[in-house]
Design a protein around this ligand. Structure first.
Ligand code: SF4
Length: 433
């Protein structure tokens, strides 16, 4: 049996490789290798010819891009729109080296990246008429019906490996046993110096804007042994920089993060670690801060979203200002400069005013930390989506292209020029800390 696995190109106004890796697809590759031959095409692998434009010391960087015509519903937006990743001609050259597959699996990311999925499905339909194509991943899970309308034969919703076992049995007629979360098959990547690690799935919190619960309805952790085995494998294959993909790495630290960090310390790995998803400031005690520093955590990001207390409570109470302040102090004691600590704030958080954002920015700046502004984008199925639906700001049938965080704030009264100015102001403040 032959399987073709695909990570499609991205269509967006902006796209930067901040440790963006198809973890689920590479885990699927490990599983499918037990059932047959796997062929892998990754349009976003910056190790592929012509995909990397520029990169930093920790494996992040720019993708090759081509300006493309905007889809009809985005025509009025005064920003160029691009296709990112492997050139179409190179995609065909790579596919030419593969035999005709029996099944194709496409991973999906953001809901508003569906044009890349559509492009691949159309190309594959012409090339392999009649071959079944399945989609999985974030977009396929959040909007399965929309994804099916892109021309795939079916979608796999979620990331439950027992369900995946059943799904694969049903479509292939073959048995595959999954006793633990498979390691990602990094040998398929052209560039392996940086990758991602997921030590837990889901999050016990229920923040009003977050999709964690929809993607992973229950919170689960992997054992320390399993995580260490995976890190040993990463080391053997040449990974140097690792981004934590966990949503709630620090939740109940005594039974999860602490034993993992202590074991990493003991093993003396040479990795640098990064936390682009943001850490829970509430759980960042002195011991954790010390271990983060000791084990090579370079990019330390904390999630705050807003410093307005009533909004913090209303959106899920994941953190309070005092908890952020304590976390920053603990990190400082451990040897981090405040300017090495990044704090996420949300631009356009529904229910907040521009003045609230100004105060939040000045508050984080007063702690000496750097602000990372993240534009709010609505995720179907979340409580904030439902609120916005009641207000008529989003609609069930709205084109997912409008979920894009670059442009969604326009629906909340922001202009692109204003967003640019706020970002410049934040850049200036960050430059002074
Ligand atoms: S704490 Fe973070 S990951 Fe968990 S629900 Fe809230 S935003 Fe999502």
């Amino acid at each position: 049996m032959k399987f073709l696995l695909i990570n499609p190109p991205v269509y967006d106004f902006a796209c930067y490789d901040l440790w963006m890796r198809p973890l689920g697809l590479l885990r699927l590759a490990t599983m499918l290798e037990k059932m047959g031959d796997v062929f892998y095409l990754d349009c976003m692998d910056r190790g592929e010819e012509g995909v990397s434009e520029r990169e930093d010391e920790f494996g992040c960087g720019k993708f090759y891009k081509e300006e493309v015509e905007k889809p009809e519903c985005l025509k009025g937006i005064s920003r160029p729109y691009f296709r990112y990743g492997l050139k179409k001609g190179r995609v065909i050259e790579i596919l030419d080296t593969f035999p005709t597959p029996d099944f194709v699996f496409i991973t999906t990311g953001m809901t508003y990246w569906y044009p890349g999925v559509e492009e691949m499905v159309q190309m594959l339909r012409r090339r392999y008429p009649g071959i079944p194509i399945y989609a999985g991943g974030i977009y396929a899970t959040l909007l399965p019906e929309h994804a099916k309308q892109r021309g795939v034969n079916g979608v796999f919703v979620g990331e439950d490996y027992q369900l995946l076992e059943k799904f694969l049995r049903e479509i292939t007629g073959k048995e595959v046993r999954i006793t633990k979360i498979p390691f990602p098959r990094l040998e398929f990547l052209k560039r392996r110096d940086s990758f991602v690690l997921e030590t837990s799935q889901g999050c016990p919190f229920r923040c009003a804007y977050c999709a964690s619960y929809l993607l992973h309805p229950t919170f689960s952790t992997r054992s320390v042994e399993e995580v260490m085995e995976e890190l040993d494998y990463f080391q053997d294959i040449g990974v140097k920089h690792i981004a934590l993909y966990d949503d709630a790495f620090l939740f109940r630290p005594e039974t999860h993060a602490l034993p993992i960090l202590k074991e990493i310390e003991k093993r003396n790995y040479n990795f640098t670690f990064h936390t682009p998803n943001g850490l829970h400031a509430r759980f960042l005690n002195e011991e954790i801060a010390y271990l983060l520093k000791k084990t090579g955590f370079i990019t330390v990001r904390l999630s705050l979203e807003t410093s307005r207390k009533d909004l913090q409570e209303k959106t899920g109470s994941k953190v309070k200002n005092e908890e952020l302040e304590r976390a920053v102090k603990n990190l400082q004691k451990a040897g981090y400069l405040p300017s090495q600590i990044d704090v996420y704030l949300m631009l356009g958080l529904p229910g907040s005013e521009k003045e609230d954002l100004r105060e939040s920015i000045l508050y984080v700046n007063s702690l000496g930390c750097r602000v990372i502004l993240a534009n709010f984008s609505p995720i179907p199925g979340t409580p904030l989506w439902r609120e916005l639906e009641e207000e008529g700001i989003v609609k069930e049938k709205m084109d997912p292209l409008w979920h894009n965080n670059t442009i969604f704030p326009l629906r909340l009264g922001w202009s692109l020029q204003e967003i640019r100015e706020w970002r410049l102001w934040v850049k200036e403040l960050n430059g002074r800390v």
